[in-house]
Design a protein around this ligand. Structure first.
Ligand SMILES: *Cc1c(COP(=O)(O)O)cnc(C)c1O
Length: 399
């Protein structure tokens, strides 16, 4: 039987103390104890249902973390104040001065900047590789490598990481495989394919209402214990704690994620097919023309489609800019960064990370300045959206 993450989340039942169907929100930074001995014990080990101080753990964050660990088939999870907090704290927990990371070159801009510009200050260096080229990846590994880092579906070409292969390579070299699964919640479960740590920006699809920033780490319990260790945990000591009210509202949104993902995927596939049939260049892993279509079919959990992210490549930046302006005027969606909203969001992926890649290699990888990344919304009438998009395309001479 296939893994069914949405059902697993639904089987996680938590009530408030009066039987509220939504667990009560914890509005306290600190917790009282009946005896000083219990308090001392809690500094040392976890006691089920017992809390010390909200930066360490609080019940609302536990509820959301538990639901997310069900989604990601992980033993444990820990929510944080942003996706970047989840990524940076996990890497800082895993690496010390002198250690190395091998990362995919096409990762989220913030992650790229953290690895490239910030971590070297602490003596942690990163080798960036084309993670789809096994030889290049293996050549970058050595006995200092602690982490192989990639995204399950990457920016901007929506390439799919071959997680089973990456996990084998990581294992052979004694490194941990860390996967950012922000683009494909429910769709891909990296830990089931051998990843050690899955990180998320909850800001995107999982919360889905573009009203807050949050993140999560899903992993073995030993790792979340290490992160929240009172004496040595990155999360405990740097303090990226998520507010209880946000935890509670994200948990409520999580319960409709399976329906939203299905609709995002349905709409994105419709637009991708429509645009491709107009002779335009489209990157969408649900199309047989995408290089990783077959791989994604193998890796994905059935029932959630191929995801809500779609890239239209119109060749040059000025054309992309004109088209995006027209798309906003025609109410296709908003010219905005981020993803996972009910409205379609679109932006040019930008050359912040890709600009580091030499022009010849950029061309080889299929990177172009004319790309428009779309996070396709929950549109009720996607046919109408494609018509509006066509008007914009016509106006810039691409119809
Ligand atoms: C947005 C994003 C992040 C960072 O998450 P924040 O919640 O903005 O800190 C990391 N990875 C990916 C793939 C993202 O899209």
């Amino acid at each position: 039987m296939s893994f069914n993450p949405a059902s697993d989340i639904q089987d996680y039942l938590v009530f408030g103390e009066y039987g509220e169907v939504n667990p009560s929100i914890n509005d306290s930074s600190t917790y009282t104890f009946m005896s000083p001995d219990t308090m001392a014990e809690l500094f040392e080990t976890e006691i089920e249902g017992c809390f010390l101080y909200s930066r360490h753990w609080n019940p609302s964050n536990k509820y959301l973390s538990n639901a997310l660990s069900r989604m990601e088939a992980s033993e444990s999870a820990q929510v944080m104040a942003s996706g970047m907090a989840a990524i940076s704290n996990s890497l800082l927990q895993l690496c010390q001065a002198g250690d190395e990371i091998v990362a995919s070159r096409t990762i989220y801009g913030g992650t790229y900047a953290f690895l490239k510009n910030f971590l070297p200050r602490l003596g942690i260096t990163t080798r960036f590789v084309n993670i789809h080229d096994q030889d290049e990846l293996k050549a970058a590994l050595n006995d200092k490598t602690r982490v192989i880092y990639g995204e399950s579906i990457s920016n901007p070409l929506l390439e799919v990481a071959n997680i089973p292969v990456l996990s084998q390579i990581a294992r052979d070299h004694g490194a941990k495989l860390m996967i950012d699964n922000t683009f494909s919640p429910l769709m891909i479960t990296p830990i089931r394919h051998g990843a050690d740590i899955t990180v998320h920006s909850l800001t995107k699809f999982i919360n889905g209402t573009s009203d807050c920033v949050a993140g999560a780490v899903c992993s073995a319990k030993a790792f979340t214990d290490a992160l929240s260790d009172v004496n040595s945990g990155a999360a405990m000591l740097m303090g990226p704690v998520l507010d209880s009210f946000r935890s509670a509202s994200i948990l409520k949104n999580l319960h409709s994620l399976h329906i939203r993902m299905r609709q995002h995927s349905h709409n994105a596939l419709y637009l991708a097919q429509g645009l491709e049939s107009m002779g335009l260049k489209v990157h969408y892993p649900g199309l047989p023309s995408h290089r990783d279509h077959e791989l994604l079919k193998q890796l994905r959990n059935p029932g959630y489609g191929y995801g809500g992210m779609l890239v239209l490549d119109v060749g040059e930046a000025s054309l992309a800019n004109r088209l995006m302006e027209r798309m906003q005027q025609e109410k296709v969606g908003y010219l905005a960064v981020s993803l996972g909203f009910y409205k379609t969001l679109f932006s040019a992926p930008g050359n912040s990370t890709s600009s580091e890649i030499p022009p010849a290699e950029r061309a080889k990888m299929g990177l172009s300045d004319g790309m428009i990344r779309m996070s396709v919304g929950l549109d009720h009438d996607i046919e109408r959206t494609l018509q509006r998009l066509s008007i914009g395309l016509n106006d810039v001479g691409l119809g």
